[in-house]
Every structure is written in structure tokens, then in C-alpha cells.
Design a protein around this ligand. Structure first.
Ligand code: SF4
Ligand code: SF4
Length: 604
């Protein structure tokens, strides 16, 4: 057979691909200059930027490798149309971190929205609105929005927050004061939902590329570039922590089964990315139980404010601050595990490691968009305040940067880490060990269950008789029961989703049924953190169930110890530094206060 490559005749055998024919002629596909973005992609056969022209049609490298060369075919590796396409595609990658193919998928989604009558494609392609959002968690890009209004409905009907409004000219408008940063609007937004095109992405070989998924019209504020800079700065000592729920959801971003536990591989991956210490938020989940369980017992014993509300979910905390400020004394003053780890990392572990706490940068990987807002609360600088009283002059936050599970996957792909091929490793000592009480923090009912295990031991002085509280399992959103903990009867409830939280708060406020309870767990997102706004897309009933099963497996089958007060590193932290739960130094570093946030008189 005869064909031409760059106008030079070539004799070929039947059954070879066009790409093989190009290589056998000595020609090569162009290597466009993608600047720093290219260094991130680590995808040297990226189909978006490796092209040839075959009989006048642009064809990607992936297809060139699959299509057979034909007699009489004319192939060009350089032509004005290749130059034009490459210029446009590399510009998109460099300037907007947006892939040509991904943009194409969004156009398909927009065409579907046009058929449903939401937009006119002609007008959509000309949108040029500035970005909106709720800093520092959420970005809304009106130019990608297909105006389906699903986010407006979710915020109003599921979360009862009503932070979004639809305007016929401007599109979706967001009220930053009302928004609690839960991120549930991200999961419903169709413009980020390219899991429907997963097979196409895999076919094209894009799975290892950080740009393989679109940044939807509703999305988290992306911190991957800032994390990359911290990791490559000589002035920093970057340390990592990742939340309980991340270990049971990250697998989905790498094409593995949803809910598969990747704890050991994630320790290995973060270490290879350059983190100097790889710690685990599960450690500080155990620490949270020590403080929160002791606080509950203290309130029960000393006629404190009851029911006590859990406080580790920052979306829920902001909801309470905004819509139920009179109930704030019910919130446990114990900080969330993310913030506890940041505080003890800089006030305690830095000294053990002989590292200047001002150089230590704590980067968190969380299933949650509200955690980004939690980390920048002005009071979340406990380590700096503690150390200032010991002659350190400067101020710094306890947690420096928060990335979602989705951003973590992007960062790992930027670093070119082959996640599936990594060995299982362990966390670093000091703040790395955990018990089975910690992973269950990531699912609804878990904080309650973990606290009751330790509370039972503290009340009776004996190991808890009961580890699992199935009577508190709920997919409906509210579950209440009375539990016998030693000689004490505790009326406990578990609530997830803010619409349900509103019902229970209304009841407590009006002296209704829940006012007589002792302990109530609240989570802003359906299912708890496993359904968090920063989790992989799709997050739905089936992925939430798989992730819950993964966390329960960690508790029941992987962890040798299952009660927080038996965590050996938590015990050492108290012996060496904090003394006891609720001690003055524990209060200084591990407890916080809340702020009333006035609601605008006229919602959007
Ligand atoms: S983040 Fe939550 S509260 Fe804010 S707009 Fe989205 S759904 Fe509403
Ligand atoms: S942001 Fe997403 S969910 Fe909201 S209207 Fe636009 S496309 Fe629909």
C-alpha cells in the first residue's frame, strides 16, 4: 500500500496504525509548548495537544493509534489547521486550565440544556459575566452555567438555606451571607457531571490528566496551584492531614471502586509528593472525642446547657450561627478534627521535630468545601496565640490550606503519581495513629457512636460493653433513641442534611420534643462527610452507601483498637503536653467560640 506522510511517499504493509506509519516515516507529532501547565499534566500522549491531519481531518493521537493506515491516505504532522488548533488548545490549558475535550463535553451538556429550554446555545457561547461565589469555598462561573436552576432548588429545598436566586438576565446569584458553604449545589450541577462520559475519557487515555474533568459552573475554589507552590518552596516545611471520609472516596477519582479504602496508598502518595510529615485527621478525630466526650459528661454532671450539639461540621456550625444564633450555647466548644490537628501540629509536634512553627505549613485534604471557610476564621490561630505567650512574635493560621478530595486527586495527577501502583505505607508518628472510632466520623452517626464508646468507659471505668449503635443508623435524616451508658440514660439523636437540622433546631428552640435530649449530632450534608460538597462526582445514594461501608470496614476489620481513649499517640499527647481533657492548655488549643451572623432582612 502507498500513502504520504508530510507529502513524502511511504510504502506500508496492511494492518498497521496511522501512528505507526507516521513513526515509520521518521516524522513525529508536534510537541506544543504548554509552559508550566505541561509540567503539571504529565500526560505525554495527551490527545488534546497531539494531532495530525488525515485526508484533511484533524485526528487525535489516541485515534491515530487505533485507526488503520489505508492505501492512498495523506497524513500531515504540520499544517495551518494543526497550528491553529494547537494554539487554541494550549491557550485554553495555559490560561483557563481547561481542556479542549472537556469543554466539548460541556457543550454537549449545554446542548441538552437547550433542548430542555433552559438556554439558547448562541447566547450561552457569548456569556461574559465575572465569576461569583462564596469566598473562600465556592466559585460560580455564570459562563459555564446552563441555567437549569438545580442548584437553586437544592439550596432551598434540601438545605433550606435559600442562598441562591435565579435572575433571567444574570443567571444564578449567590448571597454570601446566607450561604453556609456546604457545597451540595456542586453535586447537583450538571456542568461538572462528566462521569456520564467516563468511558470516552478512558478511551481517550485522559484518566491520568488533572484536566480530565471539567470545573463545573458550581465548584470549589481551586487551591491546587497554591498547594503546588508550597510543596516546591524551600522556605516551607509542608505537612499533610486528610479527613476520615477521604480514604473511602478518593479511589473513585482513579477509576477504582467507590468506597475502596486507600489509606496506606494515600500516605505513600503524599510522601512522594514532598510532604515532610504525613499525618492523619483520624488522629485528631480521636482527640476530638476525648475533649467532646469529656465536655458532654461535664455538662451532664454540672447542669450545663443541654442538649449538647456536635460541632465538627463547619457547614452545620455556620448554619447555626446564621439561622439559630440563640442556640449557640448548645454547641460543643470542641474544635473540629481538622483544626485540632493544625493547632497541635504547630504548638506541639513542631517542637518535637525541632521545626520553626512559622515554617510549618499544614495542608488539609477534606471532603468538604466549608472546611476552607473554617480554616480562615480569625480565631483559628490558636497555636500562634499559645506560642506568642511564649515569645513567638508572628501570627499564623493553624491550618494553611484546605483542598477537597477532588483537588487532592488533581494534585496527585499533576505530580504524575500512578496511584494504583503505590505500596501501602503508614502515617508518620506523633500525629498519625488512630482507632476505629475515628474513621466513622466520616459518616452520619459516627461522631455520636465514637463519643458514646468513650463516654461509657469514662462513666463506668470499664471497657465499653457496646461498640455499635445501630439504633442510630438513618438514611432518612433524623434518628432519635434513648441509650443506657452505665448507670446513665442518654437521649441521643443523629441528624444529617440542613433541612432536617432546621426541624430539630426549631423543636429545641420552641421547647419541643428535642429540647429534652442530651446529645445531638448534626451534619450539614446528606450522609455526613461521605456526602460532603468536596467529594468526587458523582456523589449519590449508591456512592454514599459504598463509602459508608468502607469506613465501617476500617473500624470493624482493620483497626485493632476501637475506642479513642486507647489511641497511644493521643495518650502521649496528654501525658507530654495537654495534661488532661478540658485542661487550661486543652482549652487554649482545642476549644473555640462561635459568632452570631445576622441574616439579611430580605433574602435574595
Ligand atoms: S454551598 Fe450550600 S448553602 Fe451555599 S449555595 Fe450551595 S447549597 Fe446553598
Ligand atoms: S450552576 Fe449548575 S446547577 Fe446551577 S443553574 Fe447553573 S448549570 Fe444549573
Amino acid at each position: 500500500m502507498k500513502m504520504t506522510v508530510d507529502e513524502k511517499p511511504l510504502q506500508i504493509n496492511r494492518g498497521i496504525s496511522i501512528l505507526e506509519a507516521i513513526y515509520s516515516s521518521g516524522a513525529r507529532l508536534q510537541e506544543p509548548d504548554c509552559g508550566p501547565v505541561r509540567r503539571w499534566t504529565n500526560n505525554y500522549c495527551c490527545p488534546a495537544i497531539h494531532l495530525a491531519e488525515v485526508d484533511g481531518q484533524l485526528v487525535t493521537s489516541t485515534l491515530l493509534a487505533r485507526l488503520m493506515a489505508q492505501d492512498g491516505m495523506s497524513v500531515k504532522t504540520s499544517s495551518p489547521s494543526i497550528d491553529k488548533a494547537l494554539a487554541e488548545r494550549t491557550r485554553m490549558l495555559q490560561e483557563r486550565h481547561e481542556c479542549f475535550f472537556v469543554r466539548g463535553m460541556q457543550k454537549v451538556i449545554a446542548a441538552e440544556a437547550e433542548s430542555a429550554g433552559f438556554i439558547k446555545m448562541e447566547e450561552w457561547e457569548k456569556f461574559a459575566f465575572p465569576l461569583r461565589g462564596a469566598a473562600p469555598s465556592l466559585v460560580h462561573d455564570p459562563n459555564r452555567c446552563v441555567r437549569c436552576r438545580a442548584c437553586v432548588d437544592t439550596c432551598r429545598d434540601v438545605q433550606t438555606v435559600e442562598a441562591l436566586r435565579f435572575d433571567a438576565v444574570e443567571g444564578v446569584l449567590i448571597d454570601e451571607q446566607r450561604c453556609v458553604r456546604c457545597g451540595q449545589c456542586i453535586h447537583i450541577c450538571p456542568s461538572g457531571a462528566t462521569h456520564k462520559y467516563r468511558k470516552l475519557i478512558d478511551l481517550l487515555g485522559c484518566g491520568s490528566c488533572p484536566f480530565d474533568k471539567p470545573l463545573g459552573a458550581m465548584r470549589e475554589r481551586d487551591e491546587t496551584a497554591n498547594a503546588w507552590s508550597l510543596l516546591h518552596s524551600d522556605d516551607c516545611y509542608p505537612v499533610a492531614q486528610f479527613a476520615p471520609a477521604v480514604r473511602a472516596s478518593l479511589a473513585q477519582e482513579f477509576g477504582l471502586a467507590p468506597g475502596e479504602l486507600v489509606t496506606g496508598k494515600l500516605y505513600a502518595a503524599l510522601r512522594r509528593m514532598g510532604f515532610r510529615q504525613v499525618w492523619d485527621t483520624n488522629f485528631s478525630a480521636d482527640l476530638t472525642i476525648m475533649e467532646e466526650g469529656s465536655e458532654l459528661l461535664h455538662r451532664l454532671k454540672h447542669s450545663g446547657k443541654l442538649p449538647m450539639f456536635t460541632s465538627c461540621c463547619p457547614g452545620w456550625v455556620r448554619f447555626a450561627e446564621t439561622f439559630f444564633p440563640e442556640l449557640l450555647p448548645h454547641l460543643s466548644t470542641s474544635k473540629s478534627p481538622q483544626q485540632m490537628l493544625g493547632a497541635v501540629a504547630k504548638a506541639y509536634a513542631a517542637r518535637r521535630l525541632d521545626v520553626d512553627p512559622r515554617r510549618m505549613k499544614v495542608i488539609s485534604f477534606m471532603p468538604c468545601t466549608a472546611k476552607k471557610t473554617e480554616a480562615v476564621r480569625p480565631e483559628m490561630n490558636s497555636a500562634a496565640r499559645y506560642l506568642r505567650s511564649k515569645d513567638h512574635a508572628s501570627d499564623f493560621p493553624d491550618v494553611d490550606l484546605v483542598l477537597t478530595t477532588r483537588e487532592l486527586a488533581r494534585l496527585l495527577k499533576m505530580a504524575g503519581i500512578d496511584f494504583g501502583a503505590l505500596p501501602e505505607e503508614r502515617a508518620d508518628p506523633i500525629l498519625g495513629s488512630y482507632t476505629g472510632a475515628a474513621p466513622i466520623f466520616g459518616r452520619t452517626g459516627g461522631v455520636m457512636e465514637a463519643a458514646l464508646r468513650t463516654a461509657a468507659a469514662l462513666v463506668t471505668g470499664l471497657p465499653p460493653e457496646k461498640m455499635e449503635f445501630r439504633e442510630l443508623e438513618t438514611i432518612e435524616g433524623i434518628k432519635a433513641t434513648a441509650l443506657q451508658i452505665g448507670p446513665v440514660t442518654i437521649k441521643a439523636a443523629v441528624v444529617h442534611g440542613l433541612g432536617n437540622a432546621r426541624k430539630v433546631c426549631d423543636s429545641v428552640r420552641s421547647g419541643g420534643e428535642f429540647a429534652s435530649y442530651h446529645f445531638i449530632e448534626f451534619m450539614a450534608c446528606p450522609g455526613g462527610c461521605i456526602g460532603g460538597g468536596g467529594q468526587p462526582i458523582a456523589t449519590n445514594a449508591s456512592t454514599r452507601a459504598a463509602r459508608t461501608a468502607g469506613l465501617d470496614k476500617d473500624d470493624r476489620e482493620v483497626c485493632a483498637l476501637r475506642v479513642s481513649h486507647e489511641n497511644p499517640e493521643v495518650k502521649s499527647l496528654y501525658t507530654d503536653f495537654l495534661q488532661t481533657p478540658l485542661s487550661p492548655v486543652s482549652h487554649q488549643l482545642l476549644h473555640t467560640h462561635y459568632t452570631e451572623r445576622p441574616i439579611p432582612a430580605n433574602p435574595l
